[in-house]
Design a protein. Structure first.
Length: 173
């Protein structure tokens, strides 16, 4: 992304991509639900390149597991292919397991899958996740975007910044 000025090009910094959780595509493809339309809107924004998105191999595994376990392999294939097409990068999950273990010890209510996703994000400098899973709200340094209405009801930055500070008011590493 840049602007042309005769003799030189100016490059504007690109915002880090969002981490795309499996539940976004699952709600978009699923049965009628209050989150169906908002999730479809998010996917359209990603498709139009207005919203950069990445994911990891564990998200793809989660999609395959869910749809094959309920006997819907066609949906598994469509959801998998869509995620691969939509995401600008798919991170491997193996390198994230050590950090996921530490997150699970620190936040006992986080699931192993969500801990892998959070570790992927932290290890790759990603700060925002599009997800309906509230466990991500526990992890300092990660802001969950959800509330069913994209763009209108983002988790408050004040709450996120407060969670990222220590008791003395200084930012935590």
């Amino acid at each position: 992304m840049g602007s042309r000025i005769p003799g030189r090009e100016i490059r504007l910094p690109m915002k880090p991509p969002f981490f795309l959780d499996a539940n976004v595509i699952m709600y978009a493809l699923g049965a009628p639900h209050p989150l169906k339309a908002p999730r479809r809107n998010i996917l359209e924004r990603i498709k139009s390149e207005a919203l950069p998105a990445v994911t990891n191999a564990e998200v793809l595994q989660e999609i395959l597991h869910r749809y094959f376990s309920i006997g819907k392999p066609e949906i598994a294939e469509a959801a998998y292919a869509s995620m691969v097409r939509l995401c600008m990068e798919i991170y491997p999950a193996l390198a994230e397991t050590d950090r996921a273990l530490e997150l699970m010890k620190s936040y006992p209510s986080i699931t192993s899958r969500d801990a892998i996703h959070a570790a992927t994000m932290l290890n790759h400098g990603l700060r925002e996740i599009i997800s309906a899973d509230p466990q991500f709200d526990l992890v300092p340094g990660i802001m969950r975007i959800d509330r069913g209405k994209w763009g209108r009801n983002r988790i408050s930055r004040r709450r996120h910044e407060k969670a990222s500070q220590g008791q003395d008011g200084n930012a935590r590493e």
